[in-house]
Design a protein around this ligand. Structure first.
Ligand SMILES: Cc1ncc(COP(=O)(O)O)c(C=O)c1O
Length: 366
């Protein structure tokens, strides 16, 4: 038996083996990150198709640095900047690539990069490719971060955090944003799970805390979650975006983002801007249901329900599947201890959400 087969067997023994599944379209979806249910809004699909047909080409063909940059990209970047209050923006092929681009290009030798210990795998991969000093800090702990910043002798400090953490579903501590200002550090905020979900205008964590965007702020986001499309983006000061265009490998050495997906995300941005109040209301109702029935906090739309045992979390997932309901069963190493990860997304009814919460509760106490 070779190394890989032995490792796969060990994963199976520990109930940590992963497989891809194709779920029926008709399944009740409390697992995906399509927070606002936009992935099945046909009017968005139709308008993106209609708009794309008005152009000569429908594929990006080349890197943005060759001739792949298209008015569709530029228009969307401008719309994102205007909505979020940033000077400049750039779209990328994915959120994963956006994090690699930011960390690999901005953190130089002599810098210190402080990263939340629960930051997404894309950032954890990127920090292995840099010469800067990398210091993980305790999850969402402003106290720990401040003690590290105080001790840092670097000219440039970079802080890397998420607006809403993908597994715990908790919100970035406001003090961390303030620390970045006080210590004149660059602040990279991954808004994959907060953009489109929190804030008065559903723009994410700066919007939520009502913090005016400053030159040291960098916002990164995905188009694959609340925006119901595919791709990623970075918003920052003009000089930072220009620097990324000159230095970031996922920008320079990759085909420009899909024109169709960029247009679709642009439609979603306009939809969210137009309907933010109604969407907000629906989200509040879902938060109330989850917090009342499961007795856990859900500041965004991620419910992280502690289970502990890998076997039990899989049993809960299977039992729900028999009811036609899909939830995530997260196990180590993705999380420290097994959780059911339920996304209280707007694409499903409140009644189904209530049913699912009660079902999980009953199962937990058995
Ligand atoms: C926090 C976070 N950042 C980045 C990504 C990557 O974004 P994308 O799926 O667009 O590559 C994800 C998940 O997909 C995520 O959860």
């Amino acid at each position: 038996m070779n190394f890989y087969e032995r490792e796969l067997r060990a994963l199976k023994r520990a109930n940590r083996f992963r497989e891809r599944h194709i779920y029926a379209d008709a399944s009740i979806d409390f697992a995906s990150n399509d927070y606002l249910g936009l992935a099945h809004r046909k009017e968005l699909l139709h308008s993106a198709c209609t708009l794309l047909q008005q152009y000569e080409i429908h594929a990006p063909k080349a890197s943005m640095l060759v001739n792949g940059y298209h008015p569709i990209h530029q228009n969307f970047e401008r719309a994102l900047c205007l909505a979020n209050g940033f000077e400049a923006g750039i779209v990328l092929g994915s959120g994963f690539n956006a994090n690699i681009a930011l960390i690999e290009a901005l953190a130089r030798r002599g810098d210190t990069l402080f990263i939340d210990e629960q930051f997404h795998a894309s950032g954890m991969l990127a920090v292995r490719a840099i010469d800067a000093t990398v210091i993980p800090f305790r999850h969402n702990s402003a106290e720990h971060l401040e003690s590290l910043l105080r001790a840092s002798g670097s000219k440039r400090n970079i802080i890397v955090v998420e607006g809403v953490y993908s597994m715990k579903g908790d919100l970035l501590h406001r003090d961390i944003i303030d620390l970045a200002t006080r210590y004149e550090a660059l602040l990279i905020v991954d808004e994959a799970h907060s953009s489109g979900v929190i804030g008065a205008h559903l723009l994410g964590v700066f919007d939520h805390y009502n913090i005016a965007v400053a030159p040291n702020h960098i916002k990164m986001g995905t188009l694959g979650k609340a925006y119901g499309s595919f791709g990623g983006y970075i918003l920052a000061s003009d000089h930072i975006v220009t620097y990324l265009i000159n230095r970031a490998k996922p920008v320079i050495y990759a085909t420009a983002p899909s024109l169709f997906d960029t247009l679709l995300a642009h439609q979603a941005l306009e939809y969210i801007q137009e309907h933010h109040a109604a969407l907000q209301e629906q989200m509040v109702r879902r938060r109330t249901i989850v917090e009342a029935l499961l007795e856990i906090k859900m500041p965004a739309l991620i419910a992280a329900i502690p289970v502990g045992s890998n076997t039990k979390v899989l049993a809960i997932q299977q039992a729900l599947l028999r009811e036609g309901i899909v939830v995530g069963a997260m196990r180590p190493p993705t999380v420290e201890r097994a959780i059911v990860r339920m996304i209280a997304r707007l694409g499903e009814s409140e009644e189904m959400l209530q049913f699912t919460c009660k079902f999980i509760n009953n199962f937990q106490v058995k």
